[in-house]
Design a protein around this ligand. Structure first.
Ligand SMILES: [Zn+2]
Length: 277
């Protein structure tokens, strides 16, 4: 992809939002405005957001059972998004998508036509590791369509070899420019880890593995801290980001400026994603 000026090619450090007051609005304001998003091909702009009525009608057609097919063949009605190559553009798109989600004006739904449009191949612009929490559907909160982001989820976004290999595959084979770890407030896995450390009663078996992996972040904050769950979540996200930066192939991609990482926390109540400083 060409056409980006040096000024638009933000260094990795610029992807980290300024420390915020807890609201994502602050973090978002630290990013390019919706109207000022990079205009490189594949980067969505605010002006490209379809009116809600259009989406509603598309949903209705899909539910009616046949709109995506005409004459027996699938007819994509919307083009698959073009490639986003720059890490800064990828993060800007996720932040813009979260803004669209929060504002109630998502650009993407779950129309089968969008699935068909992306079926020929994938050009995802991020791999996002999040928690299994059912209240944190990653494609929805970032307003991303089919083929846009690779999603990995585990309890408390705990990493194991499968997660590491998946991140490595996304970077090496799918050429994603952004690796994001997204935690969320009131995470049950972090809360369970705090309880386990306070009581000394570690859950048995495989669930205990989650506790073991989250425990260092809780211990770093201190189990007696009155705000330990929230603080430990952010520490756990930061630790997870650091771990993913060591995945095979990733350090070289980061050094070459092809890949950047970001950590963030999702607010269940407001829908905002707060980038960690
Ligand atoms: Zn969780």
């Amino acid at each position: 992809m060409t056409g980006l000026s040096p000024a638009e090619q933000a260094p990795t450090s610029a992807l980290r939002a300024q420390p915020s007051d807890g609201s994502v609005e602050t973090a978002v304001l630290g990013m390019p405005s919706a109207s000022g998003l990079p205009t490189a091909s594949g980067t969505f702009t605010a002006s490209g957001i379809p009116p809600a009525g259009d989406r509603a009608s598309a949903d209705g057609l899909a539910l009616a059972g046949g709109p995506a097919r005409a004459g027996g063949s699938t007819v994509p009605v919307s083009p698959a998004p073009a490639r986003i190559v720059q890490p800064s553009d990828a993060l800007a798109e996720l932040i813009a998508g979260n803004r669209r989600f929060v504002s109630g004006r998502p650009q993407h739904g779950h129309e089968v036509s969008a699935a068909a449009a992306a079926s020929g191949g994938q050009l995802p612009h991020a791999v996002v590791l999040g928690c299994i929490d059912s209240r944190v559907p990653l494609e929805a909160i970032f307003d991303q369509t089919f083929g846009s982001i690779c999603v990995i989820r585990s309890g408390g976004h705990v990493v194991d070899r499968a997660v590491l290999g998946s991140v490595g595959f996304a970077v090496a084979a799918l050429k994603v420019p952004l690796i994001m770890v997204l935690g969320h407030v009131r995470c049950g896995a972090v809360d369970a880890t705090v309880k386990a450390l306070r009581s000394g009663e570690r859950p048995d078996g495989d669930v205990g593995y989650l506790v073991d992996e989250i425990a260092p972040a809780v211990q770093a904050v201190g189990v007696d801290d009155p705000d330990v769950v929230a603080k430990a979540m952010r520490a756990h996200v930061a630790r997870t980001v650091r771990r993913l930066r060591d995945v095979t192939g990733v350090p070289g991609a980061i050094a070459a400026g092809r890949v950047a990482t970001a950590g963030a926390v999702y607010d269940l109540d407001t829908g905002w994603v707060d980038l960690l400083a």
